[in-house]
Design a protein around this ligand. Structure first.
Ligand code: 9D3
Length: 247
């Protein structure tokens, strides 16, 4: 998979991309990431990439030409590229979108905006998709670009090592994680739940599933509501949780 990022702050990316899982994915040739400076595609002598908004108002708007020229220089063939504009007005990025992008055969080009806005022709004509990473205001599209590269890269076969169970992941998909503990068994008087020390694998599995469901129903009930179907085992555990909450 090939990612290209276009930004006026290309220095932001190296620290994150040159560590850990992403670094190994690059070394193993599973992904290839190219960071481009938008300013290199600014034509005028001041290399300006922004201008005043038509119609007036506060703040600056990013000009369309540098983005169009950068994308055409990186990949002139529309059929071979997927251009994504990072924008607070985009569709919210989630694991389903990450999965779809990880299966993408085209080169993924991520456009990062700064300032108040980007000329609408970039979003509506140059970009194939407009993506937001969530409902909070950031300073630009650079962190969102890193978030998308990170989430998509982890899903590429061969990227994650053995420490990571695909089977367990698909079982727990769409609900929150269960609580984890490590040594010591008693820390400042706070005990690790007895069942985890029992060695009874079935009991441990059941406890973990129940605590995962308890967290989900308490903190993120929306995740359970949008679930296609809930298994009989989960129904039973949810019933137990409900009865315990009444006590
Ligand atoms: C008052 C209008 N603001 C929109 C909410 C202006 C504005 C604020 C921040 C325009 C751009 C930005 C910079 N943010 C991004 O480029 C961005 C973003 C974000 O702020 N939150 C979540 N996802 C994303 S993706 C790109």
């Amino acid at each position: 998979m090939r990612f290209d990022v276009i930004s006026i702050f290309p220095e932001i990316f190296s620290a994150y991309l040159n560590e850990s899982i992403i670094k190994r994915a690059i070394q193993k040739d599973l992904i290839n990431i190219n960071i481009h400076n938008l300013r290199d595609y600014a034509k005028n002598k001041h290399k300006s990439v922004d201008d005043y908004p038509y119609g007036g108002g506060a703040g600056m708007v990013m000009k369309p030409e540098p983005f169009f020229d950068a994308v055409d220089a990186i990949c002139p063939d529309k059929e071979k590229r997927k251009v994504i504009m990072l924008s607070p007005s985009g569709s919210r990025f989630d694991q389903t979108m990450a999965m779809k992008l990880s299966g993408e055969k085209k080169q993924i080009i991520l456009l990062c905006g700064r300032y108040e806005a980007v000329d609408e022709r970039v979003t509506s004509i140059l970009a194939d998709e407009e993506i937001s990473i969530g409902d909070y205001i950031l300073t630009g599209g650079e962190l969102p670009a890193l978030v998308i590269i990170d989430a998509v890269t982890r899903l590429i076969p061969g990227v994650l090592g053995d420490e990571h169970s695909i089977e367990e992941e698909s079982f727990s998909w769409g609900i929150l994680d269960y609580p984890h503990y490590t040594r010591p068994p008693v820390f400042r008087g706070y005990k690790v739940p007895e069942v985890l020390l029992s060695g009874n694998h079935k009991d441990i599995q059941r406890w973990r599933r129940k605590e995962a469901l308890r967290r989900t129903i308490t903190r993120r009930p929306d995740l359970l509501v949008s679930r296609k179907e809930i298994s009989n085992e989960d129904h039973e555990l949810l019933k137990e949780i409900k009865e315990e909450e009444l006590k």
